[in-house]
Ligand binder design. Structure first.
Ligand SMILES: Cc1cc2nc3c(=O)[nH]c(=O)nc-3n(C[C@H](O)[C@H](O)[C@H](O)COP(=O)(O)O)c2cc1C
Length: 190
């Protein structure tokens, strides 16, 4: 691959929020391709510690209700914001689909959990980059509600959600990213 292409794909990936999604479905073939690319992430001993739960159509409404209920129940009265509550309810409904990225613990703990979670991070990046290449906007939410999503996502023993992707075709808009000077993050030992 030309160096320029990979630079462009990596640097143009952005967090894109539901207000910036078009009201248009994402077909299953595209969703499957995004998930297949995610699973090509490196993972130690090929444990493939992931499970992806896709929410579309009616289940987005269920997710909206679940996230709203969780916010209501977990927020002290004095901190509760009606505006935030409404926003939480609306975001899944503005999304074409949502994907819960779940960690599935292997039966024999063949690999330390830290390594499994690093592999999860790599899968998440592959997922995100593929969305970006398609023109699908997405962002990863790690709201505390993901720790309670087990029943709704039909998670099995030993599984837990590590992040929730909101996704939708991206409206035309400029989004600029920022990073500090990468040279500050490097030490050379010679
Ligand atoms: C592990 C992880 C968790 C994240 N959780 C959230 C989140 O809960 N809410 C949110 O708005 N963004 C979340 N993000 C997105 C980051 O805020 C975002 O990547 C960062 O601001 C850089 O912007 P960019 O993605 O456009 O480069 C998360 C990203 C990662 C990698």
């Amino acid at each position: 691959m030309e160096r320029k292409i990979i630079d462009e794909i990596i640097r143009n990936r952005r967090s894109v929020f539901p207000e910036m999604y078009e009201d248009r479905e994402i077909d299953d073939e595209t969703i499957l391709n995004i998930i297949e690319n995610a699973t090509w992430a490196p993972n130690h001993k090929l444990t493939e510690p992931w499970h992806f739960v896709v929410f579309k159509k009616n289940s987005l409404e269920k997710l909206s209700n679940f996230l709203g209920k969780h916010y209501k129940e977990s927020t002290p009265e004095e901190k509760f914001s009606e505006m935030k509550y409404k926003k939480i309810l609306s975001k899944p409904l503005k999304s074409a689909c949502m994907v819960a990225v779940c960690y599935r613990k292997g039966p024999q703990n063949r690999v330390p959990e830290q390594e499994e979670l690093l592999a999860m991070g790599a899968a998440i990046e592959n997922f995100w980059l593929t969305c970006s290449a398609y023109g699908i906007g997405c962002y990863l939410s790690t709201t505390s509600a993901i720790n309670h999503i087990g029943e709704l996502a039909d998670l099995q023993e030993g599984e837990r959600c590590v992040g929730l992707f909101y996704m939708g075709w991206r409206k035309p808009c400029e989004l600029t990213g920022t990073r500090s000077d990468y040279r500050q993050k490097i030490s050379w030992i010679s």
